[in-house]
Structures are given as structure tokens and as C-alpha cells.
Design a protein around this ligand. Structure first.
Ligand code: NAI
Ligand code: MG
Length: 501
């Protein structure tokens, strides 16, 4: 349809055709009420373009398309190996369009271009490729019971899956959710975050090119409170998968109860990173820096609470500040030397600044940063990397997720103390520990209340390894073989061979 694509050029000179519509049944359409959302470049605070925003009615249309596709023999009866082949083709197309997709990710989200290209795009294509391999390896069991009877199980798709994506890793988060859903034969209505819709809309054209039948994947950009809520409460959606804030997840859980939807939630965190006396200090400093400052600190698993043992506390802080100063170069994300781009939105920028005030009013020591950072005309959402020290577990900056390049450092006396402080959180997503003592590493790993533990590193993520949280950090797992469990139902078939009544 004309008027649903615009030609865009990024600051790096890259030009591409950007879809701006809703993607339903492999076609581009306008929203029923004509409403649009402006997508902003966070480096300049200027509009890149605007895209159509789905109304409740549009979400309903997309759900109907997904339901029809689920029942369409073109998808339902497609041999699983063929399904895998379509997915492999999609991952190849992502690779072929890697530079365009990375450019879009950077202009829309603000993350450094080389990070988009090397990390986000690799993650997206590898995740789809990994799950493509699983498409024909998800099957049931035969269960022998008595000589007269036996049972077998089938692994069936859950059905129509609503997927709600955040803005911090738009394409990668879409891949985490599309991969297992498609491998298991589901159909999808995916809602990108309204702050970063562009790369996922571009991906939609690749889904058509890969050969997926109409309606298997539908993409409805839109506001959370309208399109997201319509999806979460829809009576004909079988499952909702969400990544975002814990507050929104609680809301989604309530809406999903309307028809008892299957849910997976991946939410907030305040992940601890523990540095013991016997750690390789240099390595601990480097990983601790990456663990919070990577991706502008906008990572659910960011190790945003650093706990350091008494004897090395001062030494660690001095080295950590030096590392921030040397490595966290803030600036234009299209500049190769930039480590930290702008925060994604004015709202996130304001949130970080407000937590600087909180930290100061709580009498923590502002050891580094804490101010806006001016790039070019000063309109972009850049902040200084920020470090608070002398933080205690009662403080709000120790307890609440900030979601920016903002870290708190606290001290502990002994191992027991470290575990207590690490677990003193409503969250339980990631956790990291630094020690050269092998038995301590595993002893502490076992006692931390978290979905993931990094021993002598931070924020490693791999599509082959399960990812998710405990406590208020989420429900269920994504990635790895565990990620498939969320997208298939087990049906038990009981067979009676000869028992007669
Ligand atoms: P959010 O949780 O409100 O948004 C995430 C997604 O949920 C977006 O697609 C949004 O449109 C959708 N959404 C929002 N309200 C909804 C509703 N009522 N029903 C259905 N869907 C809805 O997060 P937001 O406001 O963008 O960021 C606020 C905070 O959330 C951040 O500061 C950070 O702490 C946290 N966050 C965590 C993420 C993670 O990776 N776990 C990612 C993004 C945000
Ligand atoms: Mg944007």
C-alpha cells in the first residue's frame, strides 16, 4: 500500500526503505483510526519518522489473522523440518541485512552502532538459527504402563501468542520470542515498544521474503496501554510473553487472567556483583564496569549493585572510577570510539537524574558523574556515567531499579554478610561473583536467589543457555532448550490395547 514506506537516511549515510504500517497477514495496513506515534532519535531528540499505532480493533484483526494461520494447513501441516528451513532462511536474511538493521537500531535506540552490529544483530540471527534447529526436534514420548495399555505424548503449539517487546534490545528481544514460538508451530502477534518500532517493522519484510505464510507473524506497533493491553486481555490469545518493567508485568498478569492465558514474564532486576578479597581485582573491575555501563545501563540483568569486601573496598573504588573515566566515552553512537550513547528517551533520562537526587538526599557519596552530558547542541538524552559509594541496603538507590549507567557500591565483611546483602532485594534476575576460591564460587552460586549467576564475569548471555528470573524478576525461562517449554503444550494420549470392561 502506498504511503506505508518512507525513505530514510541515517547520520552514517546509510539509506533504506522504512515500513511504517501495521503488519497483518503479511501485508502493510494503516491503523483503523489513523493514529500514529513519532519515533524519536535519542541523540538529537528529533523525530525520525512516525509509524501507525494499533487500536484495540487493529489488535483484534491481527489476532484473527494469527488464529486463521494457526488453523491453516499451510502452517499447521507444514512438516517441522520445513518450518525450520523457513527460520534458517530468516536468520540468513537478517545476516544479509545486518548493516541496515544495525543502523536502524542505533538511530532509534541510541546504542553505539558497533554494538548494534556485532552484538544485537548476532544475537538476533543466531537465536533464530538456533531455534530453527529445534523445529524438528520437539516431540513427545511413548510411556509404557501395563501390558494392556500405554500412553504417548504430543508436543503441540500453545496457539496464538501475544509477545510484548521492550526498547532496550528491540530486535534481539523479538528474536528471543519469535524463535521458540515459531519452532514449536505457534502463530504470533508481536507488539514492539513504542519507543523503538523501526527495526522490527523492517524485520517484517524479511519474514515475508523468507516465505512464512500470511498471519503466522503479525506485528502491531502501538502504545502499551492500548495495543499492549488489548493483546494481554484478548479472549482469543492463548499465551502472553512479556519483557519489561515489573509494574507493567503485574498489570499484564491480571489482564491475562481473563481467559487464563499461559504467561512468561521477564521483568526488572537489581542484580548484585560480589567482589571477594581473593578476587582478581583488575578483572573484577573490568567486568563490573561492563556489567552496568554496557548498553547505557539499560539492561534488565545489569549488575547495578556492587558489593565489595572490606579489605579491598577503597582499592576497588579507585580502580573502578579510573575504569569509568578511561572506557565510558559518552557521545554520538555512530562514532566508532563511543562506548555510551544517549538514554533511549527523555523519560529514562529524567528517571536517572531523579535517582541522582535520591542518592544525594540519602547521603550516599556521589563518587563519579551525576550530571547531564552535553553532546552537539545538547538536545540528546545523554548522561554521565554515575557511581555512588558508601551505599547501604536500606537506601532506595540500593533497592530500586534505575535502568541507566548508574551503579551503587556497598561494602561487606564476610561471605555470609555478602549473601544476605545480595539477597536483600525483591528482585532475583542476575548475579555475579568474583573469587579465585573454587569451592566458595560454587557455594555462593548455590545460595544466591537469582535466575542466573556469573562466576568471574558479568552479563554473559547465550542463546543456548536459559535466561530468566526468580522473585519479582519474572516467571518462566527464555532461550536454550528451556525456552521451548513456554511455547508447547504436552498432550497425553492414552491407548487401550486389550483391557475390556
Ligand atoms: P514497560 O514495562 O511499561 O514497557 C515494556 C513494554 O510493555 C512496551 O512494549 C510497552 O508498550 C508495553 N506496555 C506498557 N504498558 C502496558 C500495558 N498496560 N499493557 C500491555 N503492555 C504494556 O516499560 P517502560 O515504561 O518503557 O520503562 C520503565 C522501566 O521499565 C525502565 O526504567 C526499566 O526499569 C524497566 N524496563 C525493563 C526492561 C527489561 O529488559 N526487563 C525493558 C524496558 C524497561
Ligand atoms: Mg526511538
Amino acid at each position: 500500500m502506498s504511503g506505508l514506506t518512507v525513505q530514510l537516511t541515517a547520520p552514517n549515510g546509510h539509506t533504506w526503505s522504512q515500513p511504517t504500517g501495521l503488519f497483518i497477514n503479511n501485508q502493510w495496513v494503516k491503523s483503523s483510526n489513523g493514529e500514529k506515534i513519532a519515533s524519536i532519535n535519542p541523540s538529537t531528540a528529533k523525530e525520525i519518522t512516525s509509524v501507525y499505532a494499533a487500536s484495540e480493533q487493529d489488535v483484534d484483526t491481527a489476532v484473527k489473522a494469527a488464529r486463521a494461520a494457526l488453523n491453516n494447513p499451510d502452517w499447521r501441516e507444514l512438516p517441522a523440518s520445513e518450518r525450520g528451513r523457513l527460520m534458517t532462511r530468516l536468520s540468513q536474511l537478517i545476516d544479509e541485512n545486518k548493516k541496515t538493521l544495525a543502523t536502524i537500531e542505533t538511530i532509534d535506540n541510541g546504542k553505539p552502532y558497533l554494538v548494534s552490529l556485532n552484538d544485537d544483530l548476532t544475537e538476533a540471527s543466531e537465536t533464530i538459527r538456533y531455534y530453527a534447529g529445534f523445529a524438528d526436534k520437539v516431540f513427545g514420548q511413548v510411556i509404557e504402563t501395563t501390558p494392556d495399555k500405554f500412553g504417548y505424548t504430543l508436543r503441540e503449539p500453545v496457539g496464538v501468542c501475544g509477545q510484548i517487546i521492550p526498547w532496550n534490545f528491540p530486535l534481539a528481544m523479538a528474536a528471543w520470542k519469535l524463535g521458540p514460538a515459531l519452532a514449536c508451530g505457534n502463530t504470533v502477534v508481536l507488539k514492539p515498544a513504542e519507543q523503538t518500532p523501526l527495526s522490527i517493522l523492517f524485520l517484517a519484510n524479511l519474514i515475508v521474503e523468507a516465505g512464512f505464510p500470511p498471519g503466522v507473524v503479525n506485528i502491531v506497533n502501538g502504545h502499551g496501554s492500548i495495543a499492549g493491553a488489548a493483546l494481554a486481555s484478548h479472549m482469543d490469545v492463548d499465551k502472553i510473553a512479556f519483557t519489561g518493567s515489573t509494574a507493567t508485568a503485574k498489570h499484564i498478569m491480571k489482564m491475562a487472567s481473563s481467559n487464563l492465558k499461559n504467561i512468561t514474564l521477564e521483568t526488572g532486576g537489581k542484580s548484585p556483583l560480589i567482589v571477594f578479597n581473593d578476587a582478581d581485582l583488575e578483572q573484577a573491575v573490568e567486568w563490573a564496569h561492563i556489567g552496568i555501563m554496557y548498553n547505557q545501563g539499560q539492561i534488565c540483568t545489569a549488575t547495578s549493585r556492587i558489593l565489595v569486601q572490606d579489605e579491598i573496598y577503597d582499592k576497588f573504588i579507585a580502580a573502578f572510577k579510573a575504569q569509568v573515566k578511561n572506557v565510558s566515552k559518552v557521545g554520538d553512537p555512530f562514532e566508532e570510539s563511543t562506548f555510551q550513547g544517549p538514554q533511549v528517551t527523555q523519560a529514562q533520562y529524567d528517571r536517572i537524574m531523579s535517582y541522582v537526587n535520591v542518592g544525594q538526599s540519602e547521603k550516599a557519596t556521589l563518587a563519579y558523574g551525576g550530571k547531564p552530558f552535553k553532546v552537539a547542541d545538547g538536545k540528546g538524552f545523554f548522561v554521565e556515567p554515575t557511581v555512588f559509594t558508601d551505599v547501604t541496603s536500606k537506601m532506595r538507590i540500593y533497592q530500586e531499579e534505575v535502568f541507566g549507567p548508574f551503579v551503587v557500591i556497598a561494602r561487606f565483611k564476610n561471605e555470609e554478610d555478602a549473601i544476605t546483602m545480595a539477597n536483600d532485594s525483591t528482585y532475583g534476575l542476575g548475579s555475579a561473583l568474583f573469587t579465585t576460591n573454587l569451592t566458595r564460587a560454587h557455594r555462593v552460586a548455590k545460595r544466591i536467589e537469582a535466575g542466573m549467576v556469573w562466576v568471574n564475569s558479568s552479563n554473559d548471555s547465550d542463546w543456548r543457555i536459559p535466561f530468566g528470573g526468580v522473585k519479582q524478576s519474572g516467571i518462566g525461562r527464555e532461550l536454550g532448550e528451556a525456552g521451548l517449554a513456554a511455547y508447547s503444550n504436552v498432550k497425553a494420549v492414552h491407548v487401550n490395547m486389550k483391557s475390556k470392561l
